[in-house]
Design a protein around this ligand. Sequence first.
Ligand code: DX5
Ligand code: ZN
Length: 214
Amino acid sequence: MKIAPSLLSCDFSKMGEEIVRMDKAGADWMHLDVMDGHFVPNITFGAPVIKAVRKYTDKPFDVHLMISNPLDYADDFINAGADIITFHIECNSDIDKTIEKIKSANVKVGLVIKPNTPASAVFPYLEKLDLVLIMTVEPGFGGQSFMADMLPKVKEIKDEAKKIGKDIIIEADGGIGESTIAQAAEAGIDICVAGTAVFKAEDAEKAISMLQAY
Ligand code: DX5
Ligand code: ZN
């Protein structure tokens, strides 16, 4: 299992150092949660902050946009150095146009689905996507409980991708740690986001390698 520590749980007063710490601890990707206080009831950071910390690692920057209008801001995140940009299917932007914009910059693109959104919602876009991110909590905050009932979505999406001969990465986000990673792996998830489980661990390297072992 690949692991993407969510910087949402880091010490924001030293985000650069926290990225270096996660890099050394063996993180596969860095997960950056962008919240606008409109799409979700919380505000984090935007493209200027991501651009400022980009230099602290060569690992891929996985930018998760929890914002109402990703199309309007996609260029900013592309220019900030994102390697993967995911945005919510429940947003207000035109989905096809947003996918095209990200892809045309040679950045990997993914759609995110909230817990109440069925897996089938992404089917019409699968052909164009590199990744689907399944939320296993309601987006907005770290430290929530894992929703195991989201796991059947993995197989639904993988089956549909197979039908159209498409290789798709499935990522899951929210509540993943020692007690839930086995279920996530069993369900066929390729990469798990982990905030609390990694940042609040005494030894981040141990925490990451334990999760990666699944
Ligand atoms: C929630 C964010 C997640 C969150 C995960 O809206 O998208 O990335 O930080 O944190 P944990 O692992 O603590 O649930
Ligand atoms: Zn996230």
